[in-house]
Design a protein around this ligand. Structure first.
Ligand code: GLU
Length: 269
């Protein structure tokens, strides 16, 4: 009898959780789905406890708050660089805050709010190795992520350089540590986060090159202009009330990464 009760209860719980799953994706009235990175310390990181920390996480949480969602109503979803446009297009997420540079090519598929941050492409090398100058890059084998501006810029500016394209930057970091590549190239904001991680102390160094300007935007599905305008208003408010600077200090301070002032919002039409 007790057993039957327990299994009836279990079935009830299962039905409830199935219902919750069924309406979880893409966000219903109760939750909002936000794409972030899971493996970029300083920006977006999923901790072993299942928490999410980083500057992009704070920006996303602030924006969601302005849109009327409490932190426990946010459903964070991993959005790897090569999947971001597709995820927005399919409605897997409501918006994306994931070191996502605004580019004309991407704007053919998605809309952006922002920008809310500026970074620059650089190289991460093994500590103690010679810092390559810009001409020396063509002789290196580099690792970057498919679908990123980092891989595209490198291929365009240094067609002679070797380029290994993987799914995430943390996979590239393993290659750099193992010696299968000479450098990892992406935004300095991301590289500084890896270099500062406790387990990486003394292992890696940034080359200090500024190979591009990367203006981070908040990706929204194409045509959602009202949502974009609301997000622009949220970013402006976050900067004005000091929460933007507080998040910068908290998440980039430990990496000694010098952040540029908040950029002007440009994505208004
Ligand atoms: N900001 C660049 C981009 O959007 C590189 C970082 C990333 O892949 O997220 O492609």
């Amino acid at each position: 009898m007790r057993l039957r009760k327990a299994s009836a209860l279990a079935a009830g719980v299962l039905a409830l959780s199935l219902a919750a799953t069924a309406c979880g994706g893409g966000g219903d009235d109760d939750t909002i789905s936000v794409g972030i990175k899971y493996d970029q310390p300083g920006l977006g990181l999923k901790t072993p406890d299942g928490d999410f920390v980083g500057f992009d996480v704070d920006v996303a949480t602030y924006i969601a708050g302005e849109l009327g969602y409490e932190p426990d109503q946010i459903d964070f979803v991993e959005s790897p660089s090569g999947d971001r446009e597709t995820m927005l297009d399919r409605g897997d997420v409501d918006f994306i805050v994931a070191s996502y540079s605004i580019t004309d090519e991407r704007k053919e598929q998605v809309d952006f709010a922002g920008p809310y941050f500026v970074a620059h492409q650089d190289l991460l090398i093994r500590d103690g190795e010679t810092v390559p100058n810009e001409e020396g890059i063509a002789d290196l084998t580099l690792c970057s992520v498919g679908g990123s501006t980092s891989a595209a810029n490198l291929a365009e500016q240094y067609p002679g350089a070797g380029l290994e394209e993987l799914g995430t930057y943390s996979e590239c970091l393993t290659g750099l540590e193992n010696g299968t590549v000479d450098a990892l190239t992406t935004d300095d904001s991301i590289l500084a986060g890896y270099a500062a991680q406790e387990q990486n102390q003394g292992k890696f160094a940034l080359a200090g090159l500024s190979l591009s300007d990367e203006y981070y935007g908040v990706g929204v599905p194409k045509g959602e202009t009202e949502r974009r305008d609301d997000i622009n208003a949220a970013i402006t408010k976050m900067v004005e009330d000091g929460d933007w600077q507080a998040a910068v200090d908290e998440h980039f301070g430990p990496a000694n990464y010098e952040v540029e002032p908040a950029p002007e919002i440009t994505e208004t039409s």
